[in-house]
Write a protein that binds this ligand. Structure first.
Ligand SMILES: [Zn+2]
Ligand SMILES: [Zn+2]
Length: 335
């Protein structure tokens, strides 16, 4: 049996050795012994000589890299540009767009004066403050960025975490300026990645939020300001898909999903919650609520990507809530 394997692998092409390895496996030799070793050497040689295609766009890779993504796809990973809700990060249409080239000076002054009244929060954040101070993201959850996150999460391409972590580091650096210097209890910001349920983490082999957070912390200019707090926030149950649920149903779906294991570690501290993606904000809000209830002073949210729905920053009249309750009373009176 061994002789057969050796004779077929005596031809030095990688293909032949791989074939021999396959045959060895057929004969129950599996990965052990010479055939397995030769197969691994051949495979390495094969991928060095013929690098794989870009796992995002499929074009052939010119350079050999641990991350199987081409230069063009990497360049396409751009940060968000435009106007965003200053609380939750949702995209806003800015009502008073000023075309500086075409507008005369006096008109520009008038428009700019008006602009200072423009509401910088989206409609949802105007109606109710979320349980976190601010949520920020590096880019929009679509195109190459979405694909890169999927490579990490669903295809276990772990080297993707370094570049995602780099983007998160940039996002955190911007957010850091707005964050308080510290509380009486701790000057360090407690970094808390959104946990996965134990079963899901075992299945995936890692928690992408934790992995990206670790990569990001390595790159921050003041890493001593941050303190990665693992095991504080727990996911008690799997929550299932949020797709197709209303806001209310999503919140119900999340209720009781998270818990804080040791409140003393976040008591009166500023917490930075980390996740790969911010979609509807339900997860971030629920985590923030649980952390605040356990005693966190403030909760901030940073993610690599965000789903953007484009919300109009409609300015609500000051007495909006009074009007609403008046309308309700009137409706109630009319049965
Ligand atoms: Zn590509
Ligand atoms: Zn908002």
């Amino acid at each position: 049996m061994l002789e057969a394997v050796f004779s077929s692998s005596s031809n030095s092409t990688g293909f032949r050795i791989r074939a021999a390895q396959g045959r060895a496996a057929d004969h129950g030799l599996s990965d052990h012994g010479f055939a397995g070793w030769a197969g691994r050497v051949a495979a390495t040689l094969f991928f060095t000589l013929f690098p794989a295609d870009c796992r995002i766009c499929g074009s052939p890779l010119i350079r050999v890299s641990r991350l199987p993504v081409c230069e063009t796809c990497l360049i396409a990973l751009r940060p968000l540009k435009g106007s965003y809700c200053t609380v939750c990060g949702e995209a806003l249409h800015v009502p008073a767009y000023i075309d500086y080239e075409e507008t005369d000076r006096r008109e520009v002054d008038r428009l700019e004066a008006n602009r200072s009244d423009v509401e910088t929060r989206c409609l949802l954040c105007q109606r109710a403050d979320p349980p976190f101070e601010r949520a920020v993201a590096y880019g929009s959850y679509d195109g190459e960025l979405r694909d890169l996150i999927h490579l990490l999460k669903f295809q276990q391409v772990r080297p993707a975490s370094a570049i995602l972590g780099h983007m998160l580091a940039e996002t955190i650096a911007n957010l850091e300026q707005a964050m308080p210097v510290g509380t009486l209890f701790s000057s360090k910001i407690a970094v808390v990645p959104v946990p996965l349920h134990a079963r899901k983490q075992a299945q995936r082999g890692f928690n992408q939020a934790e992995m990206i957070a670790r990569e990001a912390l390595k790159e921050l200019s003041r890493p001593k300001r941050f303190d990665l707090c693992m095991g504080i926030l727990l996911r008690r149950r799997e929550t299932g898909s949020q797709i197709g649920l209303t806001r209310h149903q999503r919140r119900e779906n999340m209720r009781g999903a998270f818990a804080v294991s040791d409140p003393t570690r976040i008591l009166n501290r500023n917490v930075l919650l980390i996740d790969d993606v911010y979609t509807t904000g339900t997860t971030a809000s629920e985590c923030a609520r649980v952390l605040r209830r356990a005693g966190a002073a403030t909760v901030w949210v940073a993610t690599v990507a965000r789903t953007l729905k484009i919300s109009d920053a409609i300015i609500l009249p000051e007495n909006f809530s009074e009007q609403v309750s008046e309308d309700r009373q009137r409706l109630a009176a009319h049965g």
